[in-house]
Design a binder for this molecule. Sequence first.
Ligand code: ATR
Length: 278
Amino acid sequence: MKKWYAVLGDPIAQSMSPAMHEAWFSENNIDASYIPIHVPAQGLGEAVTGLKRLGCSGWNVTVPHKSAIIPFLDHLEPSARQMNAVNTVHVLQDGSLVGSNTDGLGFVRSLEEAHGALYKGGDVLIIGAGGAARGIAYALHSSGYGPITFTNRTMDKAEELAQGLSGTSVLSVSVAEASLEKFSLIVQTTSVGMNFAQQGMPLAISNVAEGAVLADIIYNPLETEFLKEARNRGAKTMNGVGMFVHQGALSFETWTVKRPATKEMIGKITTTLGGISC
Ligand code: ATR
């Protein structure tokens, strides 16, 4: 029987996951489809019951459900437990629901697709201390990157994050700015730059080292002010399209045990966003 998958979120109309997964199913000759489902916060439990009854084989979870979905699942992979957030649900043969989180590893895979293991062993600075920062730090740390330092507008949050992840430390934004040249990998995880209403720089980058890579997890716009300034200073830059594609590829692998083509997908999505970005 044809399998089907979904993505749950609110809002969801803008999601590029359906087109991405449908293309991968087709390229891999898998008879399956993938649909977006608009699920408001109060409707999550009912949605999960419905998906199980209707034979859904797995789904992605996006804002605002990544943590709220946890009580409805039967097992959590370590990635989801560590991040206290789930972006992938796999329905096993016996009907049990397994939650995992591919966001952080998606970032690491996109970094390595672009640069190999060049930045392993170098100092990493993560700007931000929310869910995205936590997921990326955990995945970088588990993949052998670091030492990792967090910097954040609200220091308390960065300190709390560092306490939960061994081998990480914290710097204030001003001290991080002054010592920026020691970092070879700088990852911008805040929402600054996501839209015109929130322009600006989360951190001044005048002291960035030559050869450093600056990554922003935002992919719309394709080039935030942070990345534009980094590029103008001669640094290497990486936007969030790669992370988005690789987190999806890891979900796809979880469900189908097949590794989809990511480079081509990054190209397609970049072209699409280049035409519609704000
Ligand atoms: P996510 O799950 O996407 O990481 P989040 O948990 O809400 O989202 O975290 C948002 C991050 O963006 C936080 O680090 C936040 O900083 P604070 O902890 O100080 O709130 C950061 N952020 C959001 N808006 C910001 C702004 N205008 N300037 C600097 N940092 C900002």
